[in-house]
Design a protein around this ligand. Structure first.
Ligand code: 8YV
Length: 334
């Protein structure tokens, strides 16, 4: 916690919604990234040398090497986003730098996008839309054409039953899916009852029994390639895999290989291991209608992005006023 006599210098690495930037301008001395391109490592170094507060996003790698070059004023990294796997939180804390994030405000939108991907894959939504825009609907309607899979009555396995996992479960239940989940900790009984959710202590056993798997856990050292080649092979051949969390939780190469071989039916991915690069194998599968790929759009609504900005503002303001910011991230939470 800290108190400055002057306005704090806040460096924001990407353009934020206008209302958020305007409020930041009123409260702080801010430096914005006018052209909104992802900051180079050199630009990040000069940012953290002068800033009191850095506001990064998922496109900035804030590792221990970078943090070692921070200037004496850097006290807070107020991440615009929930996931903090691009920030070395322990290294920051060792240097007396507080880290905050923006939990809670993007839950519903991310759960919506997960549901959208489940439906898009099962009902071939993007494939169908492309038939019209590519002028390929010359055969007209037919009883056996463009058939997808019904989702009602199927089993959904949620990997990570936190806020987003539970918001997805509420939606999926309304669509007639039965809810199964694996989580580090079992959720309270009342939540399980409300969601009719079945807890699987063994991820392997759950994977072998569900029709759709959705990844909704954070990326941490413990969840890196949690859906490994071995685990992906446990899935039924007709299974669908959906990921709106972080690419690193799934062994993407193994997933592509299994879909190519017909050992997994399809996938819907909003996140990738090497963003913004997307594996050419996945792109090829998308062209063949086997997977639906989106460019990390889970929280991309005006509402979420404004609320995320509001959280960043509150975290900075509270911290600068000498109080504990509401969304402090500690290594023990990861
Ligand atoms: C954001 C996200 O778009 O909040 C997160 O963890 O993955 C996304 O919804 C992005 O992280 C913003 O930095």
């Amino acid at each position: 916690m800290s108190s400055l006599k002057r306005k704090p210098l806040v460096v924001v690495t990407r353009r934020l919604p206008e209302v958020v930037e305007a409020r930041m301008r009123e409260l702080f001395d801010i430096r914005l990234n006018a052209d909104d391109s992802a900051m180079s490592p050199e630009a990040l170094v000069s940012a953290i040398r002068e800033a009191d507060v850095l506001v990064p996003t998922v496109t900035d790698e804030i590792d221990s090497g970078l943090l070692a070059q921070a200037g004496p004023n850097l006290r807070l990294v107020a991440n615009f986003g929930n996931g903090v796997d691009h920030i070395d939180v322990a290294a920051a804390l060792e240097r007396g730098i507080t880290v905050t994030n923006t939990p809670g405000v993007l839950t519903e939108d991310t759960a919506d996008m997960t549901m959208a991907l489940i439906l898009a894959v099962a009902r071939r939504v993007t494939e169908g839309a492309r038939i019209i825009t590519d002028d390929k609907w010359d055969t007209g309607w037919s009883p056996t054409w463009m058939l997808g899979r019904r989702i009602t009555g199927k089993r959904l396995g949620i990997v990570g039953m936190g806020r987003i996992g539970q918001a997805l479960a509420r939606r999926a239940k309304a669509f007639g899916l039965s809810i199964h989940y694996h989580n580090r900790r079992r959720v309270p009984g009342q939540i399980e009852r409300d969601l009719d959710a079945t807890y699987w202590e063994s991820l392997d056993q759950m994977l072998a029994r569900v029709d759709i798997v959705s990844v909704n856990c954070p990326h941490t050292p413990a969840t890196y390639h949690l859906l490994s080649a071995r685990r992906l092979k446990l899935l039924k051949p007709e299974a669908i895999v959906v990921n709106t969390a972080r690419g690193e939780v799934i062994d993407e190469t193994a997933l592509a290989r299994l879909i190519e071989a017909g050992d997994i039916s399809a996938a819907g991915l909003d996140v990738f291991e090497q963003e913004p690069a997307v594996s050419p194998r996945l792109v090829k599968l998308a062209r063949a209608g086997k997977v639906v790929l989106l460019p990390h759009m889970g929280s991309a609504t005006h509402e979420s992005r404004i609320d995320m900005g509001e959280k960043v503002l509150i975290n900075i303001k509270t911290f600068m006023d000498g109080h504990r910011p509401p969304d402090r991230v500690l290594p023990s939470m990861l």
